[in-house]
Design a binder for this molecule. Structure first.
Ligand code: ASP
Length: 339
């Protein structure tokens, strides 16, 4: 019989309104189980690990990602797949982080949650949870169907490091415009086999560390030298820069000089676009050519979530900024398309 490990970290799926404050707070997993008697009817053994302190995912941290990765490592040989119950607010960060931390992953790690608590009459939690389990145990001819870190939400399965939360009030909370959905559920559960990564034979390697020595520079017309200087000269090793269109920035000399100074001092600057669809093309316009010349790293079509967590992951792996830059520009877990 198959075996699935559900890891409960918190999130709306398991929240209830506090009688005093009326604010939504996480409850324990037993109370969740009471709302889903269907779990008993699955032809599968369900193991549950609930975090001691269940959280709203706004309190997620690299330290908790390390614990999640460790749990997956210690149960990896025993179970067929994992379902991670997680708040939707930072789910895309966690799914991206885990995709980098779990090298050579060959089993499903499916993140899910919900927009309404599982005890609510109109909840989206039950469908999300039950189908996430179906996906985590899905095999064809004994072969795992989705050996990836994914997000399942509102009838769609996304690659975790390609998705982002775009809507806080619809059940359809996630999108992944730069990569096709990996499966859709309706009357049938249909997998897009050609879009799913297939693992090699190498054993799982788990990297539990992340280096959070990073800053974010989001550009806007009128940004001042003082603001850019404060960010690029701060005590960090990596900067994720959100630029315009296909990776463009102002060509003002002060701006290029500040960026060049930071890069020459050993910092890595990653260029991703503020556009949610499309890719960075350094050198396509005059307004990005100077970035290429000074050694800004091309983040291609990475989501903000993937760029942040990949930078944290690589800074922990390498001291040499050239190595970090090289791997930023390389597709390592299906997170970017080199164009
Ligand atoms: N604030 C909640 C969380 O991220 C929202 C959700 O679960 O959808 O934990």
């Amino acid at each position: 019989m198959c075996q699935i490990l559900i890891i409960y970290t918190g999130g709306t799926i398991g929240m209830m309104s506090d009688p005093k404050t009326k604010a939504l707070v996480p409850i324990n997993f037993d109370q969740i189980m009471e709302n889903v008697p269907e779990l008993e009817r699955l032809n599968c053994r369900i193991k549950v690990h609930s975090f001691d302190e269940v959280i709203d995912s706004s309190n997620m941290s690299p330290e908790i990602w390390g614990r999640l990765a460790g749990l997956i490592e210690s149960n990896y040989d025993e179970v067929d797949g994992f379902v991670v119950l997680h708040g939707s607010d930072t789910m895309a960060f966690s799914a991206s982080a885990l995709s980098f931390m779990l090298e050579n992953l060959a089993k499903p790690v499916i993140f899910t949650g919900s927009q309404l608590p599982i005890s609510a009459i109109r909840t989206d939690a039950k469908e999300n949870l039950m189908t996430a389990i179906e996906i985590a145990k899905a095999k064809k001819n004994d072969k795992v169907r989705v050996p990836e870190v994914c997000i399942y939400f509102d009838y769609k399965l996304f690659r975790g490091n390609r998705a982002f939360k775009y809507n806080s009030s619809k059940f359809e909370a996630f999108r992944s415009p730069n990569y096709p959905v990996l499966a859709e559920s309706g009357v049938h559960l249909r997998f897009s086999i050609n879009d799913i990564r297939q693992p090699g034979d190498d054993p799982l390697i788990v990297h539990k560390g992340m280096q959070n020595d990073i800053a974010v520079l989001k550009l806007y017309p009128g940004i001042s030298p003082k603001v850019v200087e404060t960010i690029v000269n701060s005590d960090v090793r990596g900067i994720v820069m959100e630029t315009f269109g296909s990776g463009n920035t102002t060509t003002d000399q002060w701006f290029t000089d500040l960026l060049k100074g930071a890069i020459d001092s050993g910092k890595v600057i990653v260029d991703i676009s503020q556009c949610k669809v499309g890719t960075v093309e350094l050198g396509r316009y005059e307004t990005s050519k100077q970035l290429k010349d000074i050694g800004v790293a091309n983040g291609y079509d990475m989501t903000f979530e993937a760029a942040v967590t990949k930078t944290m992951y690589l800074l922990n792996m390498f001291d040499d900024p050239n190595e970090v830059r090289r791997w930023i520009e390389t597709d390592i877990r299906g997170e970017l398309t080199v164009s």
